[in-house]
Design a protein around this ligand. Structure first.
Ligand code: NAD
Ligand code: GLY
Length: 368
């Protein structure tokens, strides 16, 4: 069924023969023009979870068209399910269905489903096609684009994984209508991140439009998704496997991953932890003499306006942070690498933070 509202926009992630489109707009899910062209063959496995399935699985079926062998797998919900055991369930289902190398996996859901399905696709028979159909704001602006796939390990977030690019990303903006406000705020953290690291004009636009965004204004959300995806596509095309500039996308993540891992996966949402982590990075950038008091105040204000937490968990001491941060994938040898801000709109990779400066920041940062 075609949709008479605004025509979708299409961006490209330019990776040579592995380039793929990101389609963004309303009504994409039920429309075979968007999904069907990206299927590798007749065998299709849709993987989703128990929250998203009742909302969008039927609509997605309509978008697949006829004459396909479609199987469905509905997993449990939550960050705590982002495990190798869940990925094994996907492989079991593929093998039970007798699916071969020309099958296509479709990830219908948020970043948890997208990361797991991508990893399952990367490894099944040494790599099969997959399509991302992200249904949270966070997944639409970040996790569905760029091919980082994987699962958590009890000792660290996203520690097991692979780079494996999707065939296409389908962002149906209608799906945001059912997203709980807390999840919307978590997605806004990653949107704010793009402004902070690379685009001061976008940051200023976000400051002005935050109320509209939180009120689910369709035009504002679409613009925020388009700009975020454009910035991410640009960075991924330049540095697919994070040898350099892609690391900037991790602003706030080293602190945030420590919060997520320490608090137990799922208790803090990923975007919430990133929001607080970005404020910690901004405070540290001020201590290093880069950000002014006014710039840190602006950072705090936009994080607060997005409905994100401004304090770290009361149960986390300095050593709790440091122990987990030392395991971060960005670290080289024994040096802690952090993404910090030179100014608002410009981030840098920094591996020379004096340990006492970091410890002071971790000690002094507010707790709740
Ligand atoms: P999520 O996948 O857990 O989704 C959040 C919640 O919203 C879940 O309960 C989900 O079932 C529900 N949901 C999804 N779509 C919905 C909808 N339209 N309406 C109502 N409910 C809906 O979390 P997330 O925030 O989407 O993703 C977080 C994950 O993404 C983390 O594991 C993080 O590590 C990962 N991530 C990956 C990358 C990457 O580059 N691969 C980037 C950022 C984050
Ligand atoms: N979310 C960080 C990255 O994709 O590199």
């Amino acid at each position: 069924m075609s949709d008479s509202r605004n025509a979708p926009s299409t961006l490209e992630v330019a990776l040579g023969s592995r380039s793929y489109p990101i389609h963004i707009g309303p009504g994409l899910l039920g429309d075979p023009r968007w999904l069907a062209p990206h299927l590798a063959g007749r065998q299709v496995m849709v993987v989703t979870n128990e929250t998203v399935a009742p909302l969008y699985l039927e609509r997605l079926r309509q978008g697949l068209g006829d004459d396909l062998d479609v199987r469905e797998l509905v997993l449990s919900d939550g960050e705590a399910t982002k495990t190798l055991a869940s990925v094994e369930r996907i492989w079991d289902a593929l093998l039970a269905a007798g699916f071969n190398r020309r099958c296509t996996l479709i990830a219908l859901g948020g970043g948890v489903i997208g990361d797991m399905v991508g990893f399952a696709a990367a490894c099944y028979q040494r790599g099969v096609a997959f399509v991302q159909v992200p249904t949270t704001l966070l997944a639409q602006v970040d996790s569905s684009v760029g091919g980082k796939t994987g699962v958590n390990h009890p000792r660290g977030k996203n520690m097991i994984g692979a780079f494996w690019q999707p065939r296409a990303v389908l962002v149906d903006t209608d799906t945001l209508a059912t997203l709980p406000p807390r999840e919307l705020s978590a997605g806004l953290a990653e949107v704010i991140k793009y402004g902070l690291i690379r685009d001061a004009d976008f940051l200023a636009w976000l400051e002005a439009e935050m109320e509209a965004l939180r009120g689910l204004d369709a035009a504002a959300l679409t613009r925020a998704i388009e700009r975020s995806c454009a910035l991410k596509a640009e960075i991924v095309a330049e540095d697919e496997t994070e040898q350099g500039v892609r690391a900037l996308l991790n602003l706030g993540h080293t602190f945030g991953h420590a919060i997520e891992a320490h608090q137990g996966y799922g208790n803090w949402l990923h975007g919430e932890a990133v929001g607080t982590g970005m404020l910690m990075a901004a405070e540290l950038s001020r201590q290093l003499g880069w950000l002014s008091d006014a710039e840190v105040a602006r950072t705090r204000a936009i994080i607060e306006a997005a409905g994100l937490p401004l304090a770290a968990p009361a149960s986390m001491g300095v050593e709790d942070f440091l122990a987990i941060m030392r395991l971060d994938k960005k670290n080289l040898d024994s040096r802690l690498r952090l993404i910090l801000l030179r100014t608002l709109g410009e981030a840098c990779i920094h591996d020379a933070t004096p340990p006492e400066t970091l410890a002071d920041l971790l000690e002094a940062f507010p707790r709740r």
